[in-house]
Design a protein around this ligand. Structure first.
Ligand code: NDP
Length: 455
């Protein structure tokens, strides 16, 4: 891949990039079918991505007509990287096998190794014969909605298509690699003021938060809405807070440390609850929830805003859903896209129906929603929440940190990019938006490291 990196760094022309030879193999992070039962006798928290994620050369797949070869400059860790690498709630090879049966192009995916990663920034190297809007040399960010247009439902909202998949999770050839194949309808222009790694961490989490809060398909936040956000300094939450502020609402963030409270205050979130300090015990035991604890959370929120939240931004799942349904305002919405702590959910239905609340489901974002979110990043209205950057060889360690909630915001991964800080092609725009704003999460992580190391 060195000749490709050299050409990109030398700002080669579209023709020069198009003439580059695509190598027969490339470096990638993957899990193997042979390993899929390796953690069966361990508790979830003991399953270690550092043991299951391999970094090695893999064969380059053939290119379908609607795809491009992408030189991946950077990627990111998502929670689905964790799910795949600990083989929970189930191994992802079943997804690949199902895709393998769909078409002859789909058959490429049903392999004994699964290349993971659902985010990327990079450079288009070659386009398939059906690709119209992109050309070699284009600098892009990639969203992970992997869908074709032969299902009528996809034309209303591609998230409704029966063959909708998440790239690099339910498909092979993901972004944690030096090369990838992606569909042309996953591509978006890379914001010119951001580095490769700052551009690579946004699409999955930011677009998901956009659909949950802003797009037409989920909670449809209004100006002035109060929004309670769980995990407010995490991947989804860090963008959710910014979208609420940007849209004229008031976020109330929930986090688990004083450092995260400080970070959110600096992001502009005035009201932050430290759930560790409060010591909420929503579950009295495995079967019983404590309404008194829900009430205590609701009181805390009212203490801030004098009201109940119009929207609760849900993803922890089993541990918080009962509380979320309880504290939501009469007529308000609980918008959910995940269940990190367990998907068998319990809540008191009386609080839902008697107070006319709605639980709204949401899942990633369609191309249009992802594109609109990318535009907000490109215009500098929303900032990337990159906190730390790892090398591809350390993907397992980065996934371990996310699995154990040791991170803030997003963790970036350098693929072809030889070092952090490269890829900015519009420094004037970066300066106008403000280095301080763009790098808030990075600076915060650096200062925590410095404190820990006693410097
Ligand atoms: P992160 O780990 O970055 O953030 C999640 C946050 O949740 C943590 O920072 C933590 O914050 C908080 N949290 C963890 N456990 C609890 C708990 N018991 N109670 C309250 N809060 C808790 O993950 P992401 O934001 O990237 O993803 C969150 C979930 O959403 C994952 O399950 C992921 O798979 C899913 N997801 C789904 C998508 C979809 O399209 N459907 C897209 C993206 C993600 P703190 O400790 O500070 O409170």
């Amino acid at each position: 891949m060195q000749h490709i990196l050299d050409a990109i760094q030398a700002d080669a022309t579209a023709d020069e990039i198009a003439a580059l030879e695509i190598p027969e193999s490339y470096r990638a992070a993957y899990v193997t079918r042979d390993d899929q039962h390796m953690f069966e006798d361990r508790e979830s928290w003991e399953k270690d991505p550092r043991e299951s994620i391999h970094i090695d050369e893999v064969p380059t797949p053939e290119l379908a007509p609607d795809e491009v070869y992408l030189a991946v400059m950077a990627s990111s860790i998502n929670f689905n990287t964790v799910w795949t690498s600990i083989f929970e709630p189930l191994p992802t090879f079943g997804f690949l096998d199902r895709l393998g049966k769909e078409s002859s192009w789909g058959a490429r995916h049903a392999l004994d190794h699964h290349i993971i990663g659902s985010d990327a920034s990079g450079v288009v190297l070659k386009t398939g014969s059906a690709v119209r809007n992109w050309k070699p040399g284009d600098r892009v960010a990639v969203h992970c909605n992997y869908v074709d247009d032969q299902d009528p439902a996809a034309h209303e909202d591609s998230m409704l298509a029966s063959n909708q998949r998440i790239w690099g999770f339910e498909s092979n050839f993901g972004g944690l690699a030096d090369l990838s194949i992606v569909k042309a309808n996953q591509l978006m222009p890379k914001p010119a003021h951001l580095t490769w790694e700052e551009s690579a961490v946004n699409a999955l989490c930011a677009s998901t938060s956009y659909r949950m809060l802003v797009g037409d398909n989920a909670a449809r936040m209004k100006q002035g809405d109060n929004v309670l956000i769980w995990g407010a300094s995490g991947g989804l939450g860090g963008y959710a807070c910014q979208l609420v502020i940007n849209g004229g609402g008031t976020p109330i963030g929930v986090v688990s440390s004083a450092d995260k409270v400080d970070l959110l205050n600096e992001l502009g979130v005035e009201h932050v609850i430290n759930r560790s300090e409060e010591g909420y015990q929503f579950w009295a035991d495995d079967h019983t929830q404590d309404e008194g604890e829900w009430r205590r959370l609701g009181k805390r929120v009212r203490g801030f805003i004098g009201d109940d939240p119009d929207i609760v931004f849900e993803h922890p799942g089993r541990s918080t859903m009962g509380a979320s349904v309880f504290v939501t305002k009469r007529g308000g919405k609980i918008v959910t896209c995940a269940a990190t702590t367990g998907y068998m959910i319990e809540y008191d239905n009386r609080h839902l129906w008697m107070r006319l609340k709605q639980i709204v489901s949401s899942h990633f974002a369609n191309y249009s929603e992802a594109w609109e979110m990318n535009r907000l990043l490109d215009e500098g209205r929303i900032q990337p929440i990159l906190s730390k950057t790892f090398d591809l060889k350390d993907t397992g360690e980065a996934a371990y940190q996310v699995h154990h909630n040791q991170h803030e915001g997003k963790l970036g991964v350098l693929c072809l990019s030889p070092e952090a800080g490269l890829g900015v092609t519009n420094p004037e725009k970066r300066e106008a938006i403000g280095e301080e704003k763009i790098t808030l999460f990075q600076r915060h992580a650096d200062s925590l490291d410095a404190t820990e190391n006693g410097s």
